[in-house]
Design a protein around this ligand. Structure first.
Ligand code: ZN
Length: 283
């Protein structure tokens, strides 16, 4: 199942640019608010598995929003691929990986325009994003995928000057400027993926591929992330987990590279789709 947020309405995606409005097809049982669906994810999945019918509507990419539009928590994980940890100058984590938040005000849809903060150095980080579908605490690794509603694409856009200024890194602030958490284009349930634990992902700047990796190389795969983090936090329906980025980020290059006004960033994950951001100068 693919679930999209089209201008604030939940839509079951039936084609590249079309889908069935959930509220209409379910006679008001689910939707229209996509956020409310995660509170009864099992019921919604059972309803969707019945093959609901309804009028198919064409939607515009510009109307896509984050498939989980108002998560109560957004988790983001750093240094979760060996080659990225190495390029960033860190040892791979041997305990819990570095975990921070992207504040929810940074969340946006898949095709946002992003203003580059004045004096900043904005970098790309393509990531698999997990959407949680249950209240989950003390989860066993074998049960972890059962807590997941689906997955989608995220960009952990990162302003490196503010991230690295001061006595300790400000991961959460440096990664939470407006529209620094684009997510989409839709949620896809793990059963639709060829291998939920090994998906090709990457991104390009103005057509040049800058990151290319596989989620099979995650040091902490999705199931272990959920299990280990749930020893401390309680996951809530609709929460997002940015699972970490592969190598190829701009600040680790020589010379360093950062996003410039007018540049286009395209991010993709095998079996899910792609997202596109355009960057603008601050005024
Ligand atoms: Zn990241």
């Amino acid at each position: 199942m693919k679930l999209a947020n089209v201008n604030g309405r939940a839509v079951l995606v039936t084609g590249a640019d079309r889908g069935i409005d959930v509220a209409i097809a379910s006679c008001g049982r689910y939707g229209p608010d996509p956020a409310a669906i995660y509170a009864d994810w099992d019921g919604f999945r059972a309803w969707a598995a019945e093959g609901p019918t309804g009028p198919e509507n064409v939607f515009a990419r510009a109307d896509l929003r984050s498939p989980s539009p108002s998560p109560r928590q957004i988790f983001a994980v750093g240094l979760n691929y060996d080659q990225h940890a190495a390029e960033a100058g860190f040892e791979p984590p041997n305990a819990l990986p570095p975990t921070f938040t992207k504040f929810v005000s940074a969340l946006t849809g898949p095709d946002a325009e992003v203003v580059l903060p004045a004096g900043g150095e904005v970098d790309w980080e393509v990531e698999l994003v997990v959407v949680i579908g249950q209240v989950a605490q003390f989860v066993a690794e074998d049960d972890a995928w059962d807590q997941v509603a689906g997955v989608t694409i995220g960009q952990d856009l990162s302003e490196r000057v503010s991230q690295l200024a001061g006595p300790t890194p400000q991961f959460s602030l440096g990664k939470s400027f407006a529209n620094f958490a684009p997510v989409g284009p839709w949620l896809i349930t793990p059963d639709e993926l060829s291998d939920r634990d090994d998906l090709m992902l990457g991104c390009s700047v103005d057509g040049e591929t800058v990151q290319h990796g596989r989620t099979g190389d995650l040091i902490y795969p999705v199931s272990r992330l959920i299990a280990d983090l749930s020893e401390i936090v309680t996951f809530l329906p609709g929460d997002l987990i940015f699972t970490g980025t592969p190598s190829g980020v701009g600040f680790a290059r020589s010379p360093q590279r950062f996003l410039q006004p007018g540049q286009h960033l395209v991010s993709w994950i095998e079996g899910i789709g792609e997202m596109r951001q355009t960057f603008l100068a601050s005024t």
